[in-house]
Design a protein around this ligand. Structure first.
Ligand SMILES: [Mn+2]
Length: 258
């Protein structure tokens, strides 16, 4: 199936998500964070993917500014450069293969308003991750798996780790990605742990997106390098669970998927 046909298919399958969001947007709260207060930072190595997914999202076509980083050595380097090149108080770090359903920006605005009331120390929120109780939580359509992961949930859940597909950061917390973390893996776990040790909190909230990811048969050596770094850096906070696998004291989870 071609990429564009694949995307159309996923968008159709995500119609239920869109319908819910559109109905939800009808009761807009004017006090919420608005699209002009948000920007997107994306690390790109495939312009066609970027065009067919992230740039096909209505909120990108209408309102939200996108900063594209190319050629970075790591996700952390790309995202820190993106932070330095933008000023919006809410920064949405997104994969190039993510499609945001219409109304997602309004849903994010409302989610942030709710988080501010719930927990003024919140600093990160994402659509998919692992809860403090080691459970997968989120609601995402995954193309590689060919199914929707999760269902809507009304209350944000405290997280220990994020999937990297989308990470939303409150800039005023002053967090940075760790550029000593090599490659393009596990920075969702690292940034959550970095927030927690500084006394901030991180949540997974109902922010459904479509992830047009390609099938990953095996985790390569680049994953091993990221894993080893996270394992060493956070050894006092193990075990940690990431959306891909556990990070345990003995390190033997490496090579095993859960
Ligand atoms: Mn992706």
């Amino acid at each position: 199936m071609s990429d564009s046909r694949n995307r159309r298919c996923c968008i159709e399958r995500a119609a239920a998500i869109e319908k819910t969001l559109m109905q939800d947007s009808a009761t807009e709260d004017t006090s919420q964070t608005m699209p002009e207060e948000m920007c997107i930072v994306v690390a790109c190595n495939d312009d066609a993917f970027l065009r067919d997914n992230l740039f096909a999202s209505q909120m990108v076509r209408d309102d939200i500014r996108v900063h594209v980083e190319r050629g970075a050595a790591s996700a952390a380097a790309a995202y820190n450069r993106g932070l330095d090149a933008t000023t919006a108080p809410i920064v949405i770090f997104a994969h190039q293969d993510v499609y945001f359903p219409p109304g997602w920006d309004l849903l994010l605005g409302r989610t942030i308003t709710n988080l501010e009331r719930l927990d003024p120390d919140w600093t990160l929120v994402a659509p998919y991750g692992i809860s403090e109780r080691w459970q997968h939580v989120g609601d995402v359509w995954s193309t590689s798996l060919g199914r929707r992961l999760g269902t809507p949930f009304p209350v944000p859940v405290r997280a220990q780790s994020f999937d990297e597909l989308v990470i939303v950061m409150r800039r005023s917390a002053g967090l940075r990605f760790d550029e000593a973390l090599p490659g393009f893996h596990l920075y969702g776990t690292d940034i959550v742990q970095a927030a927690l040790v500084r006394g901030y909190s991180a949540y997974v909230a109902w922010l459904p997106v479509v992830h047009n990811d390609k099938f990953h048969a095996v985790l390569g050596e680049d994953f091993t390098a990221s894993y080893r770094y996270v394992w060493r850096k956070w050894r006092r906070r193990l075990p940690l669970r990431t959306p891909v696998q556990w990070v345990r004291w003995h390190g033997l989870s490496l090579g095993w998927c859960n």
